[in-house]
Design a protein around this ligand. Structure first.
Ligand code: LCS
Length: 398
């Protein structure tokens, strides 16, 4: 029997929480339980497991020891009682939201959320009879005004993808609580190293574990964290039926990635701050969006609720669409790819890629300007990153 580990700090929790030396073999690293099904000793044990009178493993869609270790680690990092991991971030969002609402219910959602989450709400939920009000501003009062008697859920993301809106988590959680409905936050950009939303009163935290949790761009995953009761009902009543199960191998990769989360975020925070300041002083750059800059409209709120300002920087290149495309074609170190949160720096130009099919007016309305570039600042030496951006910006013609 191994001794219970004792620790207080999150940079120790990323390494130790949820994981223990295997009592049977002494294996120090959590094994990959690459098994779909788990045998019962006898028929009675099967009955006990299926009726939840006994804890144990039955079938990987219902639970798996490698996934469980990851769930315990994520719960510890978010200060939650429990967590459920899923096949992707979108799987976490769809499982969570579909578990909490039904036809006739109303959701209040921030307008600036990850585009596929917006599409899920706008296209699918509306078609299924769930009403959604999108709040375009960052003012908690506007969230309060959007509430209706049948509001069941308030859904937010901060800092938001891709325009880095900052929302006051505690104020919005209070509004939801006052109305007796649940609040859900996508904490992918901040990670629990920078913000722990449950401590600010939110009910459920969602992650795309594909991003900073994994950290190395080699595994998809998602997670939902919150109270034991909520996670249990999401897990038993919805996750098992929707079936977006994380693979044991991906759980193992994400467990491994998480052990360096605190270290990586420290570097992401520091590099992104320096890049934001560098871009702000660059003549070819019109505007920079980074919550760490004092002139960001959400800076004061971010200072209150974030320990670091994260690794994502948005900026508008002078010269619009063509200038944005030119920059992407001319960087030599930054990688042209979607996704974020990797060790390497990733660069995207939403207007010519992810949002190319969105009509220009609609795009501008949601802050996706022609020259907007999103940088997921990696953990490389920051001078190499500045040099790369500088040489590419030098050729931008206006
Ligand atoms: N939440 C946020 C904030 C995201 O940025 C993403 C993906 C998701 C949820 C969905 O997670 P997934 O299902 O991909 O694991 N964001 C992406 C992006 O900005 N580019 O490519 C994917």
């Amino acid at each position: 029997m191994s001794k219970e580990k004792r620790f207080r700090y999150i940079d120790t929790a990323v390494i130790h929480a949820g994981e223990e030396t295997c009592p049977r073999t002494g294996a120090v690293d959590t094994p990959i339980y690459q098994s779909t099904t788990f045998a019962f000793d006898n028929a009675n044990e099967g009955a006990e497991l299926f009726s939840h009178r006994k804890d144990g493993y039955v079938y990987t869609r219902y639970g798996n020891p490698t996934l469980n270790a990851l769930e315990e680690k994520i719960a510890a990092l978010e200060g939650a009682e429990a967590a459920q991991v899923t096949a992707s971030g979108m799987s976490a969002i769809s499982t969570c939201v579909l578990s909490l609402v039904q036809g006739g219910d109303h959701i209040v959602s921030a307008r600036s959320i990850y585009s596929a989450a917006f599409d899920l709400f706008f296209r699918k939920l509306l078609a299924w009879g769930v009403e959604v009000s999108f709040v375009g501003s960052t003012s908690p009062d506007d969230f309060a005004r959007a509430m209706k008697p049948n509001t069941r859920l308030v859904y937010i993301e901060t800092p938001s993808n891709p325009i880095l809106n900052v929302l006051d988590i505690a104020a919005i959680a209070r509004i939801a609580k006052k109305q007796g409905c649940l609040s859900v936050i996508d904490n992918t950009f901040a990670t629990p190293i920078n913000t722990r939303p449950l401590e600010l009163g939110v009910d459920l935290v969602i992650h795309s574990a594909t991003k900073y949790f994994c950290g190395h761009g080699d595994a998809m995953g998602g997670a939902i964290a919150g109270s034991r009761d909520l996670i249990r009902s999401i897990s038993v009543e919805t996750h098992r039926d929707l079936g977006g199960v994380m693979s044991p191998f991906n759980a193992w990769l994400i467990l491994r990635g998480l052990r360096t989360l605190a270290l990586r975020m420290e570097r992401h925070n520091a590099n992104a701050m320096q890049i934001a300041e560098f871009l702000q002083n660059h003549p070819k750059v019109e505007k920079v969006f980074y919550p760490g800059l004092p002139d960001h409209p959400g800076h004061d709120v971010a200072r209150n609720q974030m320990r670091g300002f994260g690794g994502i920087v948005g900026f508008v290149v002078r010269g619009g669409l063509e200038a944005g495309k030119y920059l992407l074609d001319n960087v030599r170190l930054c990688t042209l790819a979607v996704s974020l949160g990797d060790t390497r720096t990733l660069i995207t130009h939403p207007a010519s890629t992810t949002h190319v099919v969105v009509p220009r007016e609609k795009r501008l309305e949601i802050g996706i300007f022609d020259g907007l570039v999103r940088l997921s600042v990696g953990i490389e030496n920051v001078q190499d990153l500045k040099d790369d951006l500088d040489q590419a910006l030098a050729g931008v013609s206006r």
